[in-house]
Design a protein around this ligand. Sequence first.
Ligand SMILES: N[C@@H](CCC(=O)N[C@@H](CS)C(=O)NCC(=O)O)C(=O)O
Length: 250
Amino acid sequence: MLKLYSFGPGANSLKPMLALYEKGLDYEQVQLNPAKFEHHSDWYKAINPRGQVPALWDDGKVVTESTVICEYLEDAHPTAVKLRPDDPFERAEMRVWTKWVDEYFCWCVSTIGWHRYVGKMAQDLSDAEFEEKVANIPVYEQQVKWRRARAGFPQDMLDEEMRKIAVSVKKLDEHLRDNEWLVPGMYTLADICNFAIANGMQYGFAELVNRDDTPGLIRWIEQINARPAVKTMFAEVQREIVHEKKELNV
Ligand SMILES: N[C@@H](CCC(=O)N[C@@H](CS)C(=O)NCC(=O)O)C(=O)O
């Protein structure tokens, strides 16, 4: 029995969701509400002591770290659909792309996301409420990020993160103009993990990700969105959010 704890189909949570759907694995969805700080609650920290999503529960064992979860699914739950090349060199190429998204691309996009959305959420709290929430955050660096979001990220930091985003989308686009997938010849975890961060940038970062400037990247985003497993996942998981919101009355 598999359970995925997530914030729904976006960012790091999207990586294992896409892998689960592509592989046709059954799992139970447990969606946490970030606006209610559910990921910092004691019950969830007993599952992931870092207080972050996603986390995969597999019959009593918990696997964290989105890309590690995807690789775990390949190893522990093989199906007819393989998302990792067998060839050692191609597998290494795949891991260079997943390492890059985890260590570089994800972080610059994340900071701008925090600046745009988390800052407002943090500013809406009173000082006392905010301190109470921060005290529950288990990772010191995340406490710092929440404080920065509330105070406002320094402009030079935002400028630097935007520069890195521009570098990232250019790198993806240049590769994808000449290649159908990130690892030539096969749809892999490299595509899934990078798509999880890049999808939606055609709206949120339209000045950087658009048909004129990044045609290769746009073609790849559209091609992944058109995959049957991806369409089914977005349709089903969105439905569950609506359903959950109704139940929670929010
Ligand atoms: N390296 C981790 C990062 C996980 C992460 O940053 N998750 C975000 C959501 S995309 C989160 O839980 N943010 C809430 C917080 O840190 O307070 C992974 O890839 O799973």
